[in-house]
Design a protein around this ligand. Structure first.
Ligand SMILES: Cc1cc2nc3c(=O)[nH]c(=O)nc-3n(C[C@H](O)[C@H](O)[C@H](O)COP(=O)(O)OP(=O)(O)OC[C@H]3O[C@@H](n4cnc5c(N)ncnc54)[C@H](O)[C@@H]3O)c2cc1C
Length: 507
C-alpha cells in the first residue's frame, strides 16, 4: 500500500480494524467479496490499539456466531481466565454477571426456562479479550484474502454514482460500498452527516490499576456512597463512578495519580493513599445512536453506530451482531442475489436492538445514582435479582438469550437464533454453517424440500435427517446469520416456505 493512487476497485472498504470491522470483513470475504480495511493505527502494537482493560464478556449470540464460522475453538482465554469481579465465588454463589452492580449468582439462574437451548448449545456467556478476538479475526480475514492497510486513517470520502472514493491523507481508494466501523468517534459517521441522537452522561467512570498504601481503608466489593460508587474487586483493581456529568472524561485531561486519588478520597470519604497508578482509563454513560445506519453507499456498524456505558458489557456484542447481520446482506447485494429491500432490513432489525441496549444501560445508571430514590430502587432490584425468576430474567437480557428480530412470521421461534441442533452422527447445525450459506433444515427428509432448496443455488444448503432433540419442529429455514426465517411443525406448506425464502434469497 505504498502508491498514492490505488487503482483497484474493492467491493467494500471498511474503516477500522477493531473487532467489528474485522469480523465484518471476514463475513464479506467468506461470501467472496473483495475487502480492504483502512486502519488508523500503524500496526497492532500501536498505542492506539492498546486496550489496558481489554477483558470482555461475550454473550450467547456472539459465541454462537463464532461457532457458526468455526472460530469458537480458537477462544482460549476463557479456559484459564478467572475474572475476580465477574466470577467471584464458587458453585451456586459464583457471580456470573451484574445489573447496576447487583450481582447475578449462578445458582439463581434457571436455564431450564430457556426452552430453545439444547444440551449441544454453546455457553450462554464467556470471557474473552479484545486482543484475542482481534487476533482470531485478523488471521481469518487474511486467510480469506482481506487486505488490511495499517497507518491509513480515513480522512474523507465521496459518493460518486455507484462508487465511493475514500481518502487517507494523500492516498485515494475506491470501492462500491464503505462501512464505518471506526469506533465511537467515527469519522465516517461525522463526515457522512449521520445524526447521532441520545443522552448526555451523568458520570465519569474510572477503571484503574493502582498500588494503595492503606487498602484496608477501602471497603471490599461495590460501595455506593453519597457521592458516587467505588469498587475494589481485587487488591489494586479499583473502579470509580463520579457523578460529575462526564466533566472529567470530556475535558480530555490526563489521568494522573493525584487526580485518581482525590476522586477516590472524595467518593469513599477516606484519606486513602495511592502510591502508584499502573494503568487507568475513563469512560462515561453517554448513550447515543445513529438515527439511520445507511446513507447511500455508506453504512455504520459497531460503536460507530451506537455508544453507551460499558455497564452490563454489551457494546462489543451489539457490534458483532451488526457485522453478522450486515455481512451476508451486503454480499448478496454485491453479487446481485439480494431480493428487493434486503439491505434495508439491516437497519430495521439492528436499530431496535441497539435502542434496547442503550435503554438497558440507562436503566442501570438510574439505579446507581447517589441519591435516596435510586437507593430505594436499587434495594428492590437487589431483591428481584435474588429470586430465581428475577436472576433468570436479568441473565437472559445480559446474555442476549431472547434477542430476536420481528420477522412477522407466526411461528414463535422465527427471528430467533437457531438452536444448535445435534444430528445423530454428532455434527451440530453450527458446524454445518461454516460456509456462511443459508440452510433449509428438514428433519423428516421430505424430497420436495430438497428440490426447493436447489432452486436457490449456492445461497441455500439443504440439510436433512433427524436431530437428537428437534424441539417438536419439522422444518426450519435458517438465514446465513443463523437467524430462523421460518419454522414449522407437522406438514410443510411449500408455498408459505417459498414465500419466506423469497424474502431472503433469489431463486
Ligand atoms: C471499560 C470498557 C469495558 C467494556 N466491556 C465490554 C464488555 O464486557 N462486553 C462488551 O460487549 N463490550 C464492552 N465494552 C465495549 C466494547 O469495547 C466496544 O463496544 C467495542 O470495542 C466496539 O468495537 P468496534 O470495532 O465497533 O470499535 P473499536 O474497538 O473502537 O475499533 C475501532 C477501530 O477503528 C480504528 N479507527 C478509528 N478512527 C479511524 C479512522 N478515521 N480511520 C480508520 N480507522 C479508524 C481504531 O483505531 C480501531 O482499531 C467495553 C468498553 C469499555 C470502554
Amino acid at each position: 500500500m505504498t502508491t498514492a493512487q490505488n487503482h483497484k476497485l474493492y467491493d467494500v472498504i471498511i474503516a477500522g480494524a477493531g473487532p467489528v470491522g474485522l469480523f465484518l470483513a471476514c463475513e464479506l470475504a467468506l461470501a467472496k467479496c473483495s475487502v480492504l480495511i483502512l486502519e488508523k493505527a500503524d500496526d497492532v502494537n500501536s498505542p492506539l490499539k492498546a486496550r489496558p482493560f481489554g477483558i470482555r464478556g461475550l454473550s450467547s449470540l456472539s459465541i454462537e456466531s463464532l461457532h457458526r464460522r468455526g472460530m469458537y475453538d480458537d477462544l482460549e482465554l476463557h479456559k484459564t481466565f478467572k475474572n475476580p469481579h465477574q466470577h467471584a465465588g464458587e458453585g451456586a454463589q459464583r457471580q456470573v454477571g451484574h445489573f447496576a452492580g447487583i450481582p447475578l449468582l449462578a445458582g439463581n439462574i434457571d436455564q431450564s426456562q430457556w426452552k430453545h437451548r439444547l444440551p449441544s448449545s454453546t455457553e450462554p456467556s464467556l470471557m474473552s479479550e479484545m486482543r484475542e478476538l482481534e487476533n482470531i479475526f485478523t488471521c481469518r480475514a487474511k486467510a480469506l484474502g482481506v487486505e488490511i492497510g495499517f497507518g491509513l486513517p480515513i480522512t474523507g470520502f465521496e459518493q460518486i454514482g455507484d462508487f465511493v472514493t475514500v481518502q487517507s491523507a494523500d492516498q485515494t481508494f475506491c470501492s462500491k460500498w464503505l462501512v464505518g466501523c471506526d469506533g465511537s468517534r467515527s469519522v465516517v459517521r461525522k463526515l457522512g452527516g449521520f445524526e447521532f441522537a441520545g443522552t448526555e452522561p451523568e458520570f465519569t467512570g474510572y477503571t484503574t490499576m493502582v498500588d494503595i498504601a492503606d487498602p484496608e481503608k477501602l471497603k471490599p466489593g461495590r460501595n455506593v456512597t453519597g457521592r458516587g460508587m467505588y469498587l475494589q474487586s481485587q487488591p489494586g483493581y479499583v473502579t470509580i463512578q463520579d457523578f460529575d456529568s462526564g466533566a472529567f472524561h470530556n475535558s480530555g485531561q490526563d489521568i494522573t495519580l493525584e487526580h485518581v486519588q482525590s476522586v477516590l478520597r472524595r467518593i469513599s470519604d477516606t484519606d486513602v493513599t495511592i502510591t502508584a497508578l499502573r494503568a487507568a482509563t475513563t469512560w462515561t454513560d453517554r448513550a447515543r445512536q445513529a438515527t439511520t445506519y445507511r446513507n447511500g453507499r455508506v453504512f455504520l456498524a459497531g460503536d460507530a453506530a451506537h455508544i453507551h456505558s460499558p455497564l452490563g458489557g454489551q457494546g462489543l456484542n451489539l457490534g458483532l451482531g451488526d457485522a453478522m447481520n450486515l455481512g451476508w446482506k451486503l454480499a448478496a447485494t454485491i453479487h446481485h442475489k439480494a431480493p428487493e429491500g434486503l439491505l434495508d432490513t439491516y437497519f430495521a432489525e439492528r436499530y431496535p436492538l441497539g435502542m434496547q441496549v442503550l435503554d438497558w444501560s440507562r436503566a442501570q445508571v438510574e439505579v446507581m445514582k447517589p441519591n435516596a430514590s435510586a437507593r430505594a430502587l436499587n434495594a428492590i432490584m437487589r431483591d428481584l435479582a435474588n429470586t430465581r425468576d428475577g436472576a433468570t430474567y436479568f441473565a437472559s437480557r445480559v446474555w442476549g438469550i431472547y434477542t430476536h428480530y420481528d420477522l412477522g412470521n407466526c411461528h414463535p421461534l422465527s427471528g430467533y437464533s437457531v438452536s444448535n441442533f445435534e444430528f445423530e452422527d454428532g455434527t451440530t447445525i453450527g458446524e454445518l454453517m461454516h460456509d456462511g450459506r443459508g440452510v433449509l433444515l428438514d428433519f423428516n427428509g421430505d424430497e420436495s424440500l430438497g428440490k426447493l432448496a436447489a432452486e436457490y443455488g449456492d445461497q441455500l444448503k439443504y440439510v436433512s435427517g433427524p436431530a437428537k432433540d428437534q424441539l417438536g419442529l419439522s422444518v426450519l429455514l435458517i438465514r446465513p446469520d443463523g437467524i430462523i426465517a421460518w419454522a414449522n411443525v407437522g406438514n410443510t406448506n411449500i408455498n408459505e416456505l417459498k414465500a419466506s425464502a423469497n424474502r431472503w434469497f433469489i431463486s
